[in-house]
Design a protein around this ligand. Structure first.
Ligand SMILES: C[S@@+](CC[C@H](N)C(=O)[O-])C[C@H]1O[C@@H](n2cnc3c(N)ncnc32)[C@H](O)[C@@H]1O
Length: 387
């Protein structure tokens, strides 16, 4: 890794290894972990990351060095991370962020430095970038953002050809827009996505595309699809082409809004998105509780609970947060013929698969190196119900 801070910065924790070595290490670790659950003849697919400039979202603290500690005037600004000992490490570049973020970082800090109204009480900076060059920067402050701030920040937007959002306690100032537009080629089809600030996005875009393609390639498309934790429709939209009807749920209002918009942008009409936690969805499907949000949705028409019928084939896709599936969601999942599981935490995935493999067999298993140079790894499993 060609980075001035590799080995010092606490972000890349596997800094004593080359890219291939850290991937081998994670592969061996996960192979041992899942060994007793995987069929003996099943090989694990490995999807590699780019070795540098692979992160399309990043956040840094803003550090200030004062020439005169008493007057606290005209501080020198820099980006900062924690070092491996959790002390502040000032940085002027980062080799894992995208090319665009990398190029913008020095220009932005210099511009912020020159305008007191933009730099005063600024403590954090977040970048959200698309592969098509769209860039959203969120500046986070310990002060109320007044009109003067908006005027200067709007000028900076134009000067740098970026979008800026200002955030402070109970305040969010959107100057031009609060999203970026992304265009992805997935299995040779072109898709457009809008990613909204505050909604979940996969950080490593190249690996994300390969994850979606892996799921598409290993999914038996038949009948209807139920998806939980759908975010902004990252998997939902490409997967919808393989199914008759799709019902997708997610807890975040922001993400559900993006998901609906992403459907329109891609002319997809067979998905129904509902804002609902997975726990609530289980209650709704099991008819334990009525939900006003579902008054116009005919849940039973999807036939997810009729899996005993010979001619119905049911599929569920889950991509939960690090905690994995709660008990009721895991139980619901077991009812489906085909389970597609994407996980960012192998520990909770193992716990869940220990239960799911009592009724289902793992047909395909993959490691996606989304978070290169860290201990984290994303996993994918496709399971089918034993007859
Ligand atoms: C790992 S992200 C996956 C999102 C999406 N599949 C993607 O690829 O962008 C997990 C998502 O689960 C949502 N979430 C978290 N807890 C949830 C819950 N209890 N019920 C439903 N969704 C939840 C989060 O808002 C987030 O969008």
């Amino acid at each position: 890794m060609n980075c001035n801070y590799f080995g010092k910065c606490g972000s890349c924790t596997l800094h004593d290894k080359t890219y291939e070595m850290q991937l081998d290490y994670k592969y061996e670790r996960e192979k041992n972990r899942f060994d007793n659950l995987l069929p003996k003849d099943l090989s694990i697919d490995i999807i590699k990351s780019e070795t540098e400039q692979f992160r399309y979202r990043a956040e840094f603290r803003i550090w200030k060095t004062f020439k005169d500690n008493e007057t606290k005037e005209s501080p020198l600004l820099s980006y900062a991370m924690n070092d491996t000992e959790k002390n502040t490490l000032e940085i002027d570049q980062c080799s894992i962020v995208s090319n665009d973020i990398s190029s913008l970082m020095p220009i932005l800090i210099k511009s912020l430095q020159e305008k007191e109204i933009l730099s005063q009480k600024l403590f954090s900076c977040e970048f959200l970038n698309s592969t098509t060059g769209d860039m959203l920067v969120t500046l986070i402050y310990h002060k109320k953002l007044e009109e003067k701030w908006k005027v200067e920040a709007s000028l900076l937007e134009k000067e740098l050809n970026i979008s800026i959002i200002g955030r402070s306690r109970k305040q969010k100032e959107i100057l031009s827009k609060d999203f970026i537009e992304e265009k992805l080629s997935i299995s040779e089809q072109s898709y457009t996505f809008q990613y909204k600030e505050g909604g979940f996005t996969q950080p490593n875009t190249q690996v994300n595309v390969q994850m979606i393609e892996w799921v598409l390639n290993h999914t038996k498309g038949k009948g209807n699809l139920c998806e939980l934790y759908c975010g902004g429709g990252n998997f939902t939209i490409p997967l919808s082409k393989k199914f008759d009807q799709v019902l997708a749920t997610e807890i975040s209002k922001t993400s559900i809004k993006s998901a609906k918009l992403n459907c329109e942008l891609n002319n997809i009409s067979n998905i129904e998105f509902i804002r609902m936690s997975s726990e609530e969805f289980v209650e709704a499907l099991n008819e334990v509780r009525d939900f006003r949000r579902l008054k116009d949705v005919n849940l039973q028409s999807y036939n997810f609970k009729n899996s005993a019928k010979q001619d119905e084939f049911t599929t569920i896709f889950v991509d939960p947060p690090r905690a994995g599936l709660d008990d009721t969601t895991r139980n619901l999942t077991k009812d489906f013929h085909q389970i597609l599981y994407i996980s960012c935490n192998p520990e909770t995935l193992y716990r869940d698969l220990e239960q799911l493999t009592k009724t289902h067999t793992i047909q395909h298993f993959a490691l996606f190196d989304q978070f290169a140079y860290t201990n984290h790894i994303e996993c994918g499993a496709v399971l089918s119900k034993r007859v």
